[in-house]
Design a protein around this ligand. Structure first.
Ligand code: ADP
Ligand code: MG
Length: 658
């Protein structure tokens, strides 16, 4: 057994590693067969061996990217096996700096940003880390290349960027796995010169190579073959000079990592998420589309539902909740239908529960003005029509009771009827319309009413006095088509109905040869129908929001899979699991935040278009905030699973891009 000297930094005893043989079904392969190794601070060690001899496996264990199967690893006397994931991340961040054969730079980030990454996870303030990255790149001859992305750099330059990254947090121990393997001989020589320089400056360098000529440049050479150490030049060599243990760059104190500014890292995660979204524009916009449609449909559906509800309420206002309809009908016991006479109407008007009684006759009749003629619904009713319908005039006046009694030939036009017969005349008042075969004088125009659900369009009609209608147009009619009765108040509707029935029964000799309909009840039933329709629309919208959320999850899972190597790199430079989790959650919420904002905008636009098309739409701020909040919550909920998957990746496997 070799005993550890006091200045030993790394001490391995009986380290073994095997792959397969377990649940994976692969045959068991032992890669390291019990490695004993001590490395002192400031040494420049080369591990040399042929391909497949286990060098990279050893390096991953040394760098705490991987755990050994058996044996002990002490770092400055501390047992690494006892450390949790965060402590290992701390070691990777603060003690080690990795240089890989394939550089392992993040393709979407600039040279400077790649170099800064370890400092982000160490919590160095933005300004300081920018300055330090600049200084390091300057020193390595890349001062002009700060903003270049990796694909804009040569292999030698990329490797120098990765060396700068290894030095960002101090790089007390540089672990370089075949750093010259992918480089031409000149760039390779430059990289080796750099490593020698760093060794001279006091950094501990562990260089892994299959090339004996490269290994010979180190101060100590360890030969490895089939997972066993064949020879170690340190066993004969003198120990390194004491001054080599002095570090030129202060390793940050361990307390620093705990005090990582949470907000700065969040901003950093948002920035890189935003960049990722911009680089994958098509995919991002498709994901966004799911959220946009979800949020927009919630807003529009709720607005339509609310619009429909208000419409019914409004209708209750215009038609009144105190309206009853009455007409003659054959009694249930058989026999002819009754006659509603003028005297019946007069008797009803006397009842205290009843405010207004309006007999109505209406039918399509040919109406002519000059050479223009048209079938128009001619509405013959008493002078109370504007009051019963809560409907003001736009122009002129309505006829009076006296004119009705005197059979005056007067007509008031609906707004559309006026446009039809008098498209150009500013004031059609005083003109004569021929209704049927009689001339009527235009005395007024009703205001625009808009379409009522179910009913005919009142704006198309013309309105004439009830009595002159019967005398001049509807001569064959012996009684009104129906009678609109307004109760004294909406609370008195039921009483009014009872009183009407009693009075008419008495007048008709006990025969119920008439019918009474309650409009208020009908409107209330319609309101209930519309309410349930609104609920259904809301449900459909909620489902589409969930579908959007699943889209986010899908894309996030794909992103995690696509970016395993990036996750591995981030872990190698010292990201904790929580950092990775936060980054992917930030990305998911950013997608939904942006999607939610566009969704609100799209919902408003669609709603405005519907409004312009005459659909009753009422926006609600609560619905908008709710839909937006739901979208963001969906992003977090559906983004959590992929983010956790990313955070739990094994660093070595992630680096291999598995
Ligand atoms: P070197 O770096 O010296 O070329 P490695 O340490 O990469 O060698 O690999 C040593 C041996 O371990 C090789 O035979 C390789 O096939 C095997 N090996 C490495 N990683 C794995 C793995 N994840 N699963 C199975 N076998 C592996
Ligand atoms: Mg290797």
């Amino acid at each position: 057994m070799v005993s550890a000297a006091p200045d030993v930094l790394i001490s391995l005893r009986g380290i073994r590693k095997h792959y397969g043989g377990d649940a994976s079904g692969q045959p068991a392969v032992t890669v390291l067969h019990g490695i004993d190794l001590d490395i002192r601070a400031g040494e420049f060690v080369a591990v040399v061996g042929s391909s497949g001899s286990g060098k990279s496996t050893l390096m991953n264990i040394l760098g705490c990217l991987d755990r050994p199967g058996a044996g002990s690893y002490r770092f400055q006397g501390r047992d690494v096996a006892q450390m949790d994931a965060d402590a290992l991340a701390w070691l990777r961040r603060e003690a080690f700096g990795f240089v890989f054969q394939g550089y392992h730079l993040i393709a979407s980030e600039s040279a400077s940003e790649n170099v800064q990454m370890p400092a982000i996870y160490a919590g160095l303030p933005r300004h300081e880390r920018q300055h330090r990255a600049w200084a390091l790149l300057q020193r390595l001859g890349l001062g002009e290349r700060l903003d270049n992305r990796p694909h804009q750099l040569s292999g030698g330059q990329q490797q120098r960027v990765s060396i700068a990254r290894a030095l960002m947090n101090g790089g007390r121990i540089i672990l370089a796995d075949e750093p010259t393997g992918a480089l031409d001989s000149r760039s390779g020589a430059e990289v080796m010169a750099l490593l020698r320089e760093l060794a001279q400056a006091g950094h501990t360098i562990i260089l892994i190579t299959h090339d004996r000529a490269v290994a010979a440049q180190a101060q100590r050479v360890i030969e490895i073959h089939d997972g066993r150490i064949l020879s170690d030049s340190a066993r004969q060599a003198v120990p390194p000079a004491a001054d080599h243990a002095v570090l030129p760059v202060q390793v940050p104190a361990s307390g620093r990592a705990a005090a990582t500014p949470w907000l700065a890292e969040l901003a950093e995660a948002a920035r890189s998420a935003w960049r990722g979204m911009r680089m994958n524009r098509v995919r991002t916009s498709l994901t966004l589309l799911g959220i946009v449609i979800g949020v927009a449909s919630v807003i529009v559906m709720l607005a339509i539902g609310e619009g429909a509800r208000r419409k019914v309420v409004e209708q209750m206002g215009t038609m009144g909740t105190a309206i009853l309809y009455m007409g003659s009908q054959p009694p249930a016991t058989g026999g002819p239908a009754g006659q509603i006479t003028e005297e019946d109407l007069a008797a009803l008007r006397e009842l205290p529960e009843i405010r207004r009684v309006m007999p109505v006759i209406g039918d399509p009749v040919t109406v002519r003005y000059g050479s223009a003629d048209k079938q128009v619904y001619v509405f013959a009713a008493s002078q109370e029509m504007p009051l019963v319908h809560h409907w003001p005039l736009a122009l002129g006046r309505y006829f009076t009771e006296a004119e009705d009694r005197n059979l005056a030939p007067l007509v008031v036009l609906g707004a559309k009827a006026r446009r039809h017969f008098f498209p150009d005349a500013p004031r059609p008042l005083g003109q004569q319309l021929i209704i049927g075969s009689s001339a009527f004088e235009v005395i007024g125009v009703m205001s625009e009413r808009g379409a009522d659900s179910g009913a005919q369009d009142y704006d198309d009609m013309v309105f004439i006095p009830y009595r002159s209608g019967r005398a001049r147009v509807y001569q064959a009619q012996t009684q009104p088509d129906y009678v609109v009765v307004e109760a004294a108040s909406s609370d008195a509707v039921h009483d009014a109905e009872q009183a009407m029935r009693r009075t008419l029964l008495a007048r008709h000799g006990g025969r119920e040869d008439f019918g009474i309909g309650n409009a208020a009840a009908r409107i209330q039933a319609e309101a209930a129908t519309r309410q349930s329709m609104a609920v259904m629309l809301g449900l459909i919208a909620a489902v589409s929001l969930v579908v959007g959320g699943i889209g986010v999850m899908n894309v996030m899972l794909m992103t995690v899979r696509e970016r395993t190597r990036e996750i591995g790199i981030r872990m190698a430079v010292g990201a904790r699991q929580s950092d990775i989790l936060r980054q992917f959650l930030t990305e998911a919420s950013l997608v939904t935040l942006v999607g939610g904002s566009f969704g609100v905008a799209a919902g408003l636009t669609v709603g405005a278009v519907l409004m312009a098309a005459g659909v009753p739409v009422v926006f609600s701020v609560r619905a908008m905030l709710g839909a937006f909040a739901c979208a963001v919550a969906t992003g977090l909920v559906f983004g959590y699973m992929p983010a956790r998957t990313a955070a739990r990746l094994d660093p070595v496997r992630a680096l291999a891009g598995e």
